[in-house]
Design a protein around this ligand. Structure first.
Ligand code: CAA
Length: 379
């Protein structure tokens, strides 16, 4: 694996770093406290090309590789993980699958505005009774000839109200189990589609998470993605890539908290010296930095495999499993290093700890990542 970044990759990272510092840092505490969706910031991310980074320029995207995407994700999430998840879902779970498996008409109509960031998308797989157990979809899509009739409820949908385009998974043929699941492109204003309540969350409180209800929604046949019954394969495929993005989000949160803790430890004095001079603190910093570096390598390995068009299923699951645990461990230690200051809003690390937790849950819990890894090892 080549660990030397190209000039383009470094330029993308620098652009994301500057954007995060100047556009995301101001107001990040208020957006978290008041659960404000970062509409203005997301619009700017779209203008800068951060919402369709890997989409080919032919469809309005940046034509970049996965390595550039994870470098940008890390920088954005160092400062604001709520903006990071909007970016991750749009890039990995919505645009990537549409470009790879959508028809030319679907790409022109939906992918182009999504990749340009003119609108954002949502990925709708989870249900009240189907989170980890995603093959058991209760939402149904009855084949009515030239349209499907969609009925059911989706839960915990990121970009739930802010999206305009929704990729919805539903069971068409129950007998065929997961081979009878389809994925559909649903527009926000289709009759019978209702946005449910906004969830009040522990972390990533700037992002809007909703339940969605579908009652007899007529989805045109041309809005199905792929062949009949391809839906579950699509979901698993995009999640494999999405997990690299969430791992990068976790890395960004961990790095952001680490940098704050390192800086603070060199300024704060206790017992006559800077606290970094106490071995108790220095050893914490060593452990944090080591886990962060290991996460980064796992993420780059997964991104490189994906860019080289090799199997990255196990690598992305390992990257997410390790980086999300690292984000949790590092943010907790960052609070500990800050002492009482770490427990209050102004120092950012308490928010980062709350934001870190979700990286162990969404796009497949840590336990699901272990299923994916062990099945690959034992196959
Ligand atoms: N990549 C590719 N294919 C995979 C796969 C993977 N990682 N994992 C499973 N599959 C395939 C299997 O090969 C199998 O296909 P075939 O039958 O054609 O061989 C099919 O999927 C079903 O797999 P299993 O028979 O192993 O079914 P299972 O029920 O035992 O396990 C599961 C399936 C792996 C647990 C799957 O349900 C899963 O990944 N669950 C987690 C779902 C998830 O990640 N949800 C995230 C929600 S989206 C989100 O969080 C977005 C957000 O808001 C940010």
């Amino acid at each position: 694996m080549d660990l030397n970044f190209t000039e383009e990759q470094l330029a993308v990272k620098e652009a994301a770093r500057e954007f995060a510092e100047f556009e995301l840092l101001p107001g990040v505490i208020e957006r978290d406290e008041k659960e404000i969706f970062p509409a203005e910031q997301v619009k700017k991310m779209g203008e800068m090309g951060f919402l369709g980074m890997m989409v080919s320029p032919e469809y309005g995207g940046g034509g970049m590789d996965t390595v550039s995407y994870v470098l940008a994700m890390e920088e954005i999430c160092k400062v604001d993980a709520s903006c990071g998840v909007v970016m991750s879902v749009n890039n990995s779970l919505v645009c990537w699958g549409l470009e790879k498996y959508g028809t030319e008409e679907q790409k022109q109509k939906y992918l182009v505005p999504l990749a340009k960031g003119e609108v954002i998308g949502a990925f709708c797989l989870s249900e009240p009774e189907a989170g980890s157990d995603a093959t058991h979809q209760r939402t149904t899509a009855e084949d009515k000839g030239d349209y499907y009739l969609l009925n059911g409820t989706k839960n915990w949908i990121t970009n739930g109200n802010s999206a305009s385009i929704y990729i919805v998974y539903a069971q068409t043929d129950k007998e065929k189990r997961h081979h009878g699941i389809n994925a559909f492109i649903v527009e926000k204003d289709m009759p019978g589609f209702v946005i449910g309540k906004k969830e009040k969350k522990l972390g990533i409180r700037g992002s809007d998470t909703h339940s969605l209800m579908f009652t007899d929604v007529k989805v045109p046949k041309e809005n199905r993605i792929g062949e009949d019954g391809f839906g579950f394969k699509l979901a698993m495929g995009v999640l494999n890539g999405g997990r690299i993005g969430i791992a990068a989000q976790a890395l960004g949160i961990a790095t952001g908290a680490f940098e704050l803790a390192l800086k603070y430890s060199k300024e704060r004095k206790a017992f006559g010296v800077e606290i970094s001079k106490h071995q108790a603190i220095a050893f914490k910093l060593s452990d944090m930095a080591t886990a962060i570096e290991a996460s980064r390598l796992l993420i780059l390995q997964a991104a490189n495999l994906k860019d080289d068009k090799k199997d990255f299923t196990k690598a992305s699951a390992m990257a997410k499993l390790f980086a999300s645990q690292t984000a949790m461990d590092v943010t907790i230690e960052a609070i500990q290093i800050h002492g009482g200051y770490g427990y209050v809003q102004e120092y950012h690390v308490e928010r980062m700890m709350r934001d870190a937790k979700i990286t162990q849950i969404y796009e497949g819990t840590s336990e699901i990542q272990k299923i994916v890894i062990s099945r690959d090892l034992l196959k």
